[in-house]
Every structure is written in structure tokens, then in C-alpha cells.
Ligand binder design. Sequence first.
Ligand code: NAD
Length: 482
Amino acid sequence: MKKHRANKAAIIGGGVIGGGWAARFLLNGWDVHVYDPDPDAERKVNEVLANARWALPMLYDRALPKEGRLVFAQTLEDAVLDANWVQESVPEKLELKREIIRLVQAHEAGIVIVSSSTSGFKPTDLQQGASNPEMIIVSHPFNPVYLLPLVEVVAGEATHPTVIEDACETLTAIGMFPLVVRREIDAHIADRFLEAVWREALWLIKDGIATTEEIDNAIRYGFGLRWAQMGLFETYRIAGGEGGMAHFIQQFGPALKWPWTKLMDVPELTDELVQQVGDQSDAQSGHLTIRELERLRDTNLIAMMRALKDRGSAAGKLIADHERAFQEPDASEVPFVTIRRTVPVDWTDYNGHMNESRYGQMFSDAADAVMVAVGADPDYIASGLSYFTVETSVKYVLETHAGEDVRVETRILLGEGKKLKLLHDMRRATDGELLATCDQFLLHVSLETRKTCEPRADVANRLRELTARHADARAEQERTIQ
Ligand code: NAD
């Protein structure tokens, strides 16, 4: 495969899904070239991007990589030139998709992965008549593409085996969870599943058993919460008690044959049913605009995924793994920037600004970065030695809000023997404005005796060096001011 200097994604079709892909690639540092002949496409992509710029950085506890460059290409040829990923997201029409793929491969001579967002078509259908079918796959994402990690990756009959591997590597690098579908089927895995649920919901409305709101309540107050963290089978395994899955199937399996379900039939989508669903949905959610609903959805998704991150579970584990690739604090920097991050929604309180306890967390994370920089890292702690904070004094200077990028600059005031004294300045990243300061005093301890003790020689030496460097920088700064 051709190697390129910068990662470049070409997004063909800049609607709901293309816009989401553009945001996902851009915010993970890729250059993105969008081609969409609709004169409104630029506005629409920028709207999705604005949502994504607000939401995605909040998932992480470190700053995302530097954003890539966004270009709206005048032609498909310009968009795909030198791209190392092409994502087709045009409307769900087989002939249109085949034509787009034909044009892409005519310009890029089949050396780049051409990935389709199709919800329904099989990759083998898309490969018909293509000049380089071996490079064609399906990567089916979920809305909002910039936040939801799942992407179903499907190979067609002609797809080259290494293409799927390469695709998974790229998708993982932009924070997604590639689920490779073993055998291509119409609608892949998730949409087939969701269609079954949707069909049944339409029956419940048509038969006058439940409204749109009641159906949503049945999901969001109950099994929807279970699904988000364990899915279906792990949940049912627990429901089977000590007998596990086999017992669960023995107990509830026969019920599948009872006439509860209408899953095999589709209700006739008469004008009357469409009107009924539309009216109920208006009554349920008509007081909110689509933009407001999107904001609500994104805020809740962030809070839920961040809670899962704390637990190292499901989508949260993926976010924690992805974050490890982001820039770590660099102790050779002066000032030493121990934290670069965005303030997430779950850190703000009823006053609309960052909660007091989160300042504590921010400065405690900053102290952890100093510890890692001097070698008092997780291995050192596992060996039974660490630092405990014995005193902190925080001054709150300006309000800090969700979505703001902040940094913490840390100076070591004292790093001698058991004693470690730090001064942290928390600043707004956009204008350097001071938001808070923290004086922190830590003592080195043995985790066995829980009493103070001298640090290991290598840690003591590195701490002394870093303290001296910070003192020199301070002296230099004072000289400059005089
Ligand atoms: P959309 O209608 O919002 O966007 C399609 C875009 O393609 C439009 O902006 C349109 O101007 C553009 N377009 C049309 N012809 C084009 C051409 N010749 N060249 C370049 N651009 C062209 O549709 P969408 O919801 O974003 O869906 C796009 C694809 O993603 C479909 O295949 C769909 O099945 C799939 N998908 C949709 C969802 C979803 O929830 N909407 C989820 C996953 C996958």
C-alpha cells in the first residue's frame, strides 16, 4: 500500500454520517477532504463538527491530538488524491454507490481502502464491476459517528485479507471499535437486531398498546441501561442465576414460541400509522429542537461513557486504551505542563461551573504526573513506596466551564528527601488566563508501614534534578522581570 506523509481521509458525501466521519478523523489528527456537490454540505458538515469539537474531547482525561486540516474539495478527484482512506457516505442507492467507487478507483488506481458506510448492502454487491474489488469493504458506523465507537467492518468475496486488518488498525487509531462481521449479510449485525426491535415497537403502537414515549421509557429505565454496559448475553447469563446461560435458556426459551411476538411480520405503514407515530413523537419531544435533542443525547452519552471509563468496562475501556496513545506530560518542558485536558460535563455542578472536588482531582492528577516524571510510577508504587498529600490549599480565581480546554503548569518548589512541595497554576488553554492555583505538600511514605521514609536513590536524584531545573527557570524569569 502507498505510504503518505500525513494521514488524509477523503469523505465522499457530507451528510449526517459523512459529517460524523469527517469529525472523527479530524479530531484524531487526520487531514480531511470532503466532497459533496450539495451547496449546503459545507454548512452541514461544520454543524456536525461544532457538536463534535464540543463533545469528543470531553470523553478523555488527556487532550486529543492536534486537529487535522479540513478542506471542501471541488471535485471527487481532488478529494481522493493521495488519500489513505476513502469513506463513501452517499445516499443508500446501490447504483450511486457503485458509480462513486468506480470514480474513486479510476483516480486512485485502486491503492487505497475504499470503505462504504452502507447500512444495508453487502460489500460483494458494491464490488460488482469495480476495477479493484480487493480494496473495497463496508465500515458501518453509528450516529453520532464522532462519539459512538462501534463500526461494523465487513469484507466482500473479493476483499484482500490484509485490507480488513489494515482497516481495523486505522479505525482503532481513531478511537473506534471495529467489529469484524464474519459473514456478510444484508444489514450486517446491529441493524438486523435493531430492525427486529423497531418492527415490534411499531406493532405495539399500531395495536394501541403503547405510545412512543412509553416504549422509550420501557427501554431507558430498564434494559437499555443493562445493554449499554453488558449487552444481551452477559445480562441473560446473570438472569439464569447460578445455573447460568443453559438454565436461562431452559427456563425462558420455550416462551419464544408463545404468541407474544410479531417479529416476523411488518405492520403496514399506512398514512394513519405514520401520522399516529409522528403525532405521538411530537407530543413526546416536540418541545425540543433537533439541535437540543442532539446536545442532550451527546451530554448523556459522554457522562455514561465516562462512568464506564472509571470502571474500565465496555466502551469506557476502549476510551481508556485509546487515550494512552495521546501525548503524555513532558518533564523537559518549562513550565512543566502536567495536565492538558477538556473539562467534561460530569465535572460541573448546579452552579454551571466545575465542582470543587474536581479541582482536587485536577491537582492530584498534576501531582501524579510529577511523580511519574521522577520515576515514582505505578511500578514504584507496586514496590511499596509512594507519596501522600498532607496539605493542599486551592485558590479559585475564575469560573471554569464544561467544554473548556485547560492546562496545569506545575513548579516544584521543594524536592528534598521526604519532602515534595508543588505549586500548580491552572490556566485556560485558549488565552492563558489563570483559573486557579494550588499549593500542595506531599511526603514520601512506605506503603507497608504507612510512615514517612526516604525515597529510593534514583527517584531522589531525579527529583533533585527536576527541582534544580525549575529553580533555575524561576531565577531566569525573575532576572527577566527586573
Ligand atoms: P444524508 O442524506 O444525510 O447524506 C448523504 C449526502 O450525500 C448528502 O449530503 C448528499 O448531498 C451527498 N451526495 C449525494 N450524491 C452525491 C455524490 N454523487 N457525490 C458526493 N456526495 C453526494 O444520508 P446519511 O444518513 O448520511 O447516510 C449516508 C450513508 O450512511 C447511507 O449509505 C446510510 O445507509 C449510511 N448510514 C446512515 C446512518 C444514519 O443513522 N443516518 C447510520 C449508519 C450508516
